[in-house]
Write a new protein. Structure first.
Length: 369
């Protein structure tokens, strides 16, 4: 994103006056001036309900059982207290990170509480534990179902441990439930992770997604961690890559656009793990760069902590040496104004007590695994 483009974006946001716009303008300006602090509260937060999951996706630290940090569930009381503190300045929250959101039995209530504070909320899910009535009740702005293929064979090649048939059923159930509530704010997205074993299914996916009545079909470029995974999963069609194909031929895995001592994202957002520990961004699933604990010290204190300032300084001076940045495709600036699409679009990238008990037991097993 060029300086002119960034400047236009900031001025457009200021004119529109969305929630948190002052923080957005100030922090973006500080990034442009290459100042690491003092920053206002970030407008975009990613908060992890749990880092446990029922799936065993082979390119995921949780799925591979290589999660270096303890597994657990977000404390709903600590979450509500935190939301009370950050509501005045927070524009958007992604309630998701290294686990399955709806393994948390309080997920719907936490989403509803956040929405009642005027915050935009979105999440991703494998769909196995989604309750349609719970989603409508929660008033979540966007839910994205993530598919691994159009057949059980291709789907489970990556989304191991989940059921495509079950995800389809849950998705259709939600679409039907939303039709009963035309006033609903819920936007339904279905994502298709394009990989070597399923790239031939993209046209069928797009046709199916439009037919069933979702709002958005998202074609997702795959993310891999090393050359072994790259050879196994990257599609043959390199238009679905964000990696440099010339470097790849030389045995090097790197993004097409290399970091240039700049990242607007970490001036405007923060990744918060289930126990309140904050890391710079989603490229730190194992919590190697803990900046502080927002439940104990508060958001603004952690966001302006010495560890946070030092990390931003390293990004500004030696980003090529920052481990989190080496495979990052870049995230630009958070989107401050979000609208539900008027028609189908394609983009590149209350539950019963018995069901709650079942989900809670599966969550406990996933945490202990």
């Amino acid at each position: 994103m060029s300086l002119i483009s960034k400047t236009r974006t900031v001025f457009r946001i200021a004119r529109a006056n969305p929630k948190g716009w002052r923080s957005y303008v100030w922090n973006t300006g500080m990034a442009q001036m290459r100042k690491t602090w003092p920053l206002m509260a970030p407008v975009y937060l990613s908060i992890e309900p749990t880092n446990a999951c029922n799936a065993q996706c082979p390119v995921c630290e949780t799925g591979k059982n290589e999660m270096a940090r303890k597994k657990g569930l977000l404390d709903p009381d600590a979450y509500r207290d935190f939301i009370d503190q950050v509501a005045p300045t927070t524009n958007s929250i992604l309630l998701y990170f290294m686990g399955e959101t709806f393994l948390h039995k309080h997920a719907y209530d936490m989403i509803r509480y956040t929405r009642d504070k005027g915050i935009y909320v979105e999440t991703c899910t494998n769909g196995d534990f989604v309750d349609a009535k719970g989603i409508i009740y929660s008033d979540i702005n966007k839910i994205s179902f993530q598919l691994g293929g159009m057949t059980e064979e291709t789907h489970q090649r990556y989304r191991a441990g989940t059921s495509l048939a079950k995800e389809h059923a849950k998705l259709i159930e939600l679409i039907e439930e939303r039709r009963k509530h035309p006033e609903s704010n819920v936007q339904i997205e279905v994502g298709f992770i394009v990989m070597r074993h399923n790239e031939h299914e993209v046209p069928a996916f797009l046709k199916w997604a439009e037919e069933i009545g979702v709002d958005v079909a998202n074609i997702i470029d795959p993310c891999v961690r090393n050359m072994f995974e790259a050879y196994a999963y990257l599609p043959k069609d390199k238009t679905y890559w964000y990696y440099d194909d010339e470097a790849f031929e030389a045995g090097i895995l790197q993004p097409r656009v290399l970091p240039q001592n700049e990242c607007m994202w970490i001036w405007n957002s923060l990744q918060i793990n289930w126990n309140g520990e904050a890391v710079p961004c989603c490229r730190d699933p194992n919590g190697k760069h803990i900046l502080g604990n927002v439940f104990e010290d508060g958001l603004l204190s952690v966001f302006n902590s010495k560890k946070a300032r030092d990390f931003r300084k390293q990004v500004l001076t030696k980003q090529g040496d920052v481990d989190l940045c080496k495979l990052c495709s870049g995230y630009g600036l958070p989107t401050m104004q979000k609208e539900k699409p008027a028609e189908f679009s394609v983009i590149r990238h209350t539950t019963s007590s018995e069901e709650l008990d079942e989900i809670e037991e599966i969550a406990k097993q996933a945490v202990q695994r």
